[in-house]
Write a protein that binds this ligand. Structure first.
Ligand SMILES: Nc1ncnc2c1ncn2[C@@H]1O[C@H](COP(=O)(O)OP(=O)(O)OP(=O)(O)O)[C@@H](O)[C@H]1O
Ligand SMILES: [Mg+2]
Length: 550
């Protein structure tokens, strides 16, 4: 099973899939779509970045009639950014059917959402806190819901949404289909599944491998106070196309992004203390390439799909192995390659080995690049940019006269070197001091990973590897995105990153996550700093278009 046509989808849905540039189904899609179309409950597990959204999105869209004027499908996701992203994918999938969907999340003006609800969307994609808010206000009724999807269900539980999810699910008729998706399935998910899924089919791809071959994983042993300079060296040596740097706490993220800006990097921070407007702006800047470095708490660890992320750097090690997998899974998506670096202090080496053990992946130790290696990397990049401009025969006429004058007076090498120094925006002399973080202390718990599949059991799936040697259905795991989705962002300043065209083989998986996130209430997973606050429901507005006709 490899092409979407084989699922017997209606032409409107097939056309949408083609326009999105999907040529072949990914392995999880190949397995999950027929089961979901058959109406069965399902627990779907596959590595990060392998198309789980469409795996539930395609069957969901297929089942809804455009004439429907009630809410018939409900998708729950842990964070606002994820709710928005999933709703965008659902919107694309349903475009030609003329369905309506609406993202409902905290931090956005509720009366605006209420107005949008009057347009009778058939599909709601929401974070649990705000959903419950609407249910209590009777602005959302779930009486007609026939399909429920829990995306990143383990994370929602981790964030303390169990009660909210239970309250919501109790209001959905029993005669429904429930689908649960994540890259990782820790033990607590079983509880939820037992309670709310009926004879679920366990669909897993490569469940034995929690590793991610398309993501190169490295770690550096480093002292806490050396981390910042180490980070700058890494960014200089291997200039990313886009990079996400994870910090443990909101304070950490705020300090770090400010420090990087001071040193001349195009970066911004994302954490739960920002208003929805600010969060939207940061994400937009990252997606369109006006910044290349996003510093974030775990609010960005789950599900976020930004094409062109070549590097993930764990400035602070995450608390859970699952979180590690989800974090690094922000790169190496849709068959592309990526690189993950983790900073590990001496007292955290045991924790790193625990992560290695759970993810069953060796993380290679590396030594930080020296100052001159880092400088060389940066200079190479500058040279490339200059050469690109020359090769592209860009019009530099207005600069030529002054250039000639300068060349008459000064040595050409001296001149070019000075110009490059200016171009690199090097601000190494800016003094930066970050508040130190305590070393991470792993939760003492037994990891159940994704081996906990009851019944059908995840392990029983043959663990077919797609791409590489294994091939998926049509061979060589050739699923990839065509032109339908932009994967190069115009105007991005970097070209030195190592984004490579899709090359197949990929296996990865994830776990749950730790620190701060979204949605309602508080959550204390951030040691050594203020915990990230979840702030779903009440609050500011968002400028993003929240209602999409699909
Ligand atoms: N069949 C396909 N062919 C090519 N690209 C695809 C296909 N299906 C999905 N994609 C793309 O792959 C990327 C990752 O998809 P998605 O976000 O659904 O992954 P995921 O499995 O949910 O990852 P995560 O575990 O991080 O949430 C997206 O950009 C999506 O558009
Ligand atoms: Mg996902």
């Amino acid at each position: 099973m490899s092409t979407f046509a084989e699922f017997g989808l209606e032409p409107d849905v097939l056309q949408a899939i083609m326009e999105m540039g999907f040529e072949e189904a990914t392995p999880i899609q190949a397995k999950a779509i027929p089961v979901a179309i058959a109406g069965k409950d399902m627990i779907g597990q596959a590595q990060t970045g392998t198309g789980k959204t469409a795996a539930f999105g395609v069957p969901l869209i297929s089942k809804i009639a455009a004439s429907e004027d009630r809410i018939v499908a409900l998708i729950m996701a842990p964070t606002r950014e994820l709710a928005i992203q999933v709703s965008e994918e659902i919107e694309k999938l349903g475009r030609f059917k003329g369905l309506r969907s609406l993202a409902i999340y905290g931090g956005q003006d509720i009366s605006r959402q209420i107005r949008s609800l009057k347009r009778k969307p058939q599909i709601i994609i929401g974070t649990p806190g705000r959903l419950l808010d609407h249910i209590n206000r009777k602005t959302i009724r779930l009486d007609d819901v026939r399909t429920v999807v829990l995306d990143e269900a383990d994370e929602m539980l981790d964030m303390g949404f169990m009660d909210d999810i239970q309250s919501i699910l109790k209001l959905v008729p029993d005669e429904r289909q429930t689908l649960l998706f994540s890259a990782t399935m820790p033990a607590n998910i079983q509880k939820l599944a037992q309670q709310f899924l009926r004879n679920p089919e366990h669909i897993a791809v490569d469940s034995k491998l929690l590793s991610a071959p398309l993501i190169q994983q490295f770690y550096v042993e480093i002292q806490e106070r050396m981390k910042f300079d180490g980070l700058c060296r890494l960014l200089d040596m291997e200039p990313p196309e886009l990079a996400i740097i994870f910090g443990r706490t909101k304070r950490r993220v705020a300090e770090l992004s400010e420090a990087l800006m001071k040193r001349g990097y195009a970066c911004d921070g994302l954490h739960g203390d920002l208003s929805q407007n600010q969060r939207d702006t940061v994400m937009r800047k990252f997606r369109d390439g006006s910044i290349d470095v996003l510093v974030a708490t775990d609010v960005a660890a789950r599900g976020l799909d930004v094409s062109g992320v070549t590097h993930v750097i764990n400035f602070d090690l995450p608390q859970d192995p699952e979180s590690y997998v989800h974090r690094i899974g922000r790169t190496g998506r849709a068959g592309r390659e990526g690189t993950a670096w983790s900073f590990v202090t001496a007292r955290e080496t045991d924790h790193l080995h625990f992560i290695e053990k759970v993810t069953r992946h060796r993380i290679t130790k590396k030594i930080l690049p020296t100052l001159s290696e880092a400088m060389e990397g940066k200079q190479k990049l500058m040279a490339e940019r200059i050469m690109d401009t020359v090769r592209a025969e860009e019009d530099v006429t207005p600069f030529k006269w002054v250039a000639m004058q300068l060349l008459e007076q000064y040595d050409s090498v001296q001149l070019l070197a000075a110009a490059m120094k200016l171009l690199t925006g090097d601000k190494k002399d800016v003094n930066i001091e970050l508040t130190p973080e305590d070393p991470v202390r792993g939760k003492k718990r037994k990891f159940e990973g994704n081996r906990g599949g009851s019944g059908g059991g995840y392990g029983s799936s043959s663990g077919r590897r797609y791409g590489g040697s294994g091939g998926s259905g049509g061979g060589q795991g050739a699923w990839r995105q065509g032109q339908g989705r932009s994967d190069s962002r115009g105007g991005s300043s970097y070209s030195g990153g190592q984004r490579k065209p899709y090359s197949g083989s990929s296996n990865r998986t994830g776990g749950n996550s730790s620190s701060g996130r979204d949605d309602g209430g508080y959550r204390d997973a951030n040691r050594g700093g203020r915990p990230e606050r979840r702030d779903d429901s009440r609050g500011s507005r968002s400028q993003s278009e929240d209602f999409v006709k699909i």
